[in-house]
Each structure stands twice: as C-alpha cells, then as structure tokens.
Design a binder for this molecule. Structure first.
Ligand SMILES: [Zn+2]
Length: 253
C-alpha cells in the first residue's frame, strides 16, 4: 500500500501537542461517539552526510580522471603513456560510486506511525513502536530490535531523526529504551519545529491480529490503533489501557 505524503496545514504544525488540541479541528468523531485522533509524524530528509559528500566527490574526480585519460589516449598527439591507466582508474572510481555510493542518504519519518524509511519519496518500510522489542543507541549506532531482526543506522547518517527517535522512544516505550544518559545528551537538541509534519496514512492491517482478542483484523474499518504505540485492536475490543505500552488507550485513525 502506498502511503501518500500529505503535509498538514500550517496551523497544525506548531507544536508537539497540537494534534491533541481539540480546538484545531484535528479530531474526528466516529459513529459511536468515540474520539479518533489524527496521527502525524515528522519527516527528516537525510541532508548532506559524509557518505553523500564522498559520493559526489567520487563522481567528480572519477569523471575528471576518465575524461583526462580519454583525451590523453585518443586526442592528444602524441598520446600520453599513462592514459590507459587514467581511463581504468576513472572507470573504476565511477563504478565504485555506482555500487557503494550514497547520493540519496537516509530519509526517515518518526512519530505516531513509529519509524519509517523513505526512498524516492515513498515509505519503503515502517516499524511501529509496539513492534520494537528494544530501541537504543550505542557506539554511535541507532539499534532497533524486532522479533528476529535488528535494524540499525549510524547517528551521523541522520542526526535529527536519531534525536527524535530517542525522544519519542523514551516518551512512548520507556521500558524498551536502552541508552546511556551521556549518549542521549550528546544528540542534537529537538524542537517542535523540526522536520516536516505529515499525516500518517492508515497502515495496511491485513495479517495483524487484535492485541486483546487475538482475532485477525480483516478490514481497515474494523481496526483502531493506540495513539501512543500504534498497537492494533479490533474496534469492538478497544481496551481501557493499551496492553502493549500500558498507557490509557486513545484511539487513533
Ligand atoms: Zn499502546
């Protein structure tokens, strides 16, 4: 399922708590009179990292060396003895850029929908807070432990997203957050103006089961989510307290 980017209006992007502010027209009411809250997240484009700068430099140098070699071999008279080596070196460098280069960097979204990876403007992977067994930072690497899988990225690959993961994880799933205080203190300071605020589109629910009843949730209209951790429940099985994050359950669309 494709998740579209839908930037919210300006009035909705003024602060962390704005999505919970009933005066802003952010809340919808369901048929049964239950409140449904809008889920939002922040998008952090990768910006320029060491990886992207090296990739750009490699492309420039490789192109220049290849061009020089081509000129020396076929256009200079007499031809330059080192020209074939320059062609080879330039081509090798460009090939390395194609294989290992990182022009796009790491774009991440962090918020009510958990953590999402983005490539070419599309979300390619999303992990809800409820699905994280642990999340932490050690040795400059953000580490997410899922069932049977570990996902990592270097803090330097997207420092602002990393700082927001730390902030959100400590607030939403404090018992699963693992990092030294000094590590957290060394992260970038967060502000409510960070990132681009997007609405979280409904997740693909197929295959998920209600946390309370274990009943499979077949249709999106039957699903509701914990605003805090994203855990899924059947509409008819909404708990008072979320079984996963142990916070009072607030229904999110
Ligand atoms: Zn929850």
């Amino acid at each position: 399922m494709v998740e579209n980017e839908k930037p919210l209006e300006d009035e909705n992007s003024k602060g962390d708590e704005v999505k919970k502010d009933p005066g802003k027209g952010q809340e919808k009411r369901q048929g049964k009179g239950q409140r449904k809250e809008q889920r939002t997240e922040r998008r952090f484009a990768s910006g320029r990292t060491i990886g992207t700068v090296l990739t750009m430099a490699g492309t420039l140098v490789g192109g220049f060396v290849l061009g020089s070699g081509t000129y020396g071999q076929w256009y200079a008279s007499p031809s330059v003895a080192a020209a074939p080596w320059l062609i080879l070196a330039g081509a090798a460098l460009l090939l390395a850029v194609v294989i290992a280069g990182d022009l796009e960097g790491l774009t991440l979204r962090v918020g009510d929908g958990g953590i999402a990876w983005e490539r070419g403007g599309k979300v390619t992977r999303r992990v809800g807070w409820c699905d994280l067994r642990s999340v932490g930072i050690r040795d400059g690497v953000v580490r997410l432990e899922l069932q049977g899988q570990t996902l990592t990225w270097r803090v330097t690959a997207n420092p602002m997203a990393s700082a927001w993961v730390a902030k959100e994880a400590q607030a939403r799933i404090p018992s699963r957050w693992k990092a030294e205080k000094s590590v957290v203190d060394a992260l970038l300071k967060t502000s409510h103006e960070d990132g681009e605020i997007l609405r979280v589109e409904p997740l693909q629910i197929a295959g998920r089961a209600c946390k309370a009843s274990k009943r499979p949730i077949t249709f999106e209209r039957d699903a509701c989510y914990c605003q805090n951790c994203g855990e899924a429940y059947h509409q008819e099985e909404q708990p008072v307290t979320c079984l996963t994050c142990e916070r009072p359950f607030r229904n999110a669309s």
